[in-house]
Ligand binder design. Structure first.
Ligand code: HEM
Length: 153
């Protein structure tokens, strides 16, 4: 299970760490120093680089997570592992929505230089990534608190 856990955690580091950097560091600076045309073009490019890595992370996290879950007894696994499955699936659905809906609109708006529509799409992406970042940090906390409670009981 060690290699599987390593792949799982690497996927989590790439996805959650990338969201943390984008949301907490890049976003406020881009908002304060760039005008909409540069800012929206920057974000379309940043997401174009980051999202393929997120798809790879999602595949790795889901594959390794389900594999470990099966070894822990499937639906008989500890509650924290099943909670992780639920939170992880919610995060993946939110990411898929971001990718296919507002990110698609952002790319089209940047290509057509429609900065108003681009700003609206970026606003939606920002809210959804804020939610996913919170869910990701919560999921990490759930594993450790869950394990601790299991050991303490
Ligand atoms: C999508 C479905 C997912 C499934 C089925 C799943 C399943 C699992 C399982 C079975 C373990 C091993 C638990 C143990 O040995 O006690 C684990 C570990 C872990 N998972 Fe997940 N997971 C999923 C998604 C996620 C997500 C989205 C995150 C974070 C954002 C995450 C973070 C972690 C962490 C931090 C560990 C503990 C690593 C360690 O032992 O240090 N998982 N996961």
């Amino acid at each position: 299970m060690n290699l599987t856990l390593l792949l799982h955690v690497l996927g989590v580091v790439v996805w959650v760490g990338g969201m943390f950097f984008a949301y907490m560091a890049l976003r406020p600076v881009a908002a304060s120093v760039l005008e909409p045309p540069q800012r929206l073009t920057l974000w379309a490019g940043v997401f174009g680089r980051f999202f393929p890595w997120v798809w790879a992370a999602v595949a790795l996290i889901l594959g390794s997570g389900l594999h470990m879950l099966a070894k822990l007894g499937g639906m008989e696994a500890p509650h924290y592992a099943l909670t992780m499955l639920a939170l992880g699936l919610a995060m993946m659905l939110i990411f898929a929505h971001v990718f296919f809906a507002p990110y698609g609109r952002l790319k089209r708006a940047v290509a057509g230089q429609d900065w108003k529509a681009g700003g609206a799409a970026l606003g939606q992406i920002r809210s959804l990534i804020g939610i996913n970042l919170s869910l990701g940090l919560l999921t990490i906390a759930v594993v450790f608190v869950g394990r601790w409670l299991l050991l303490a009981s």
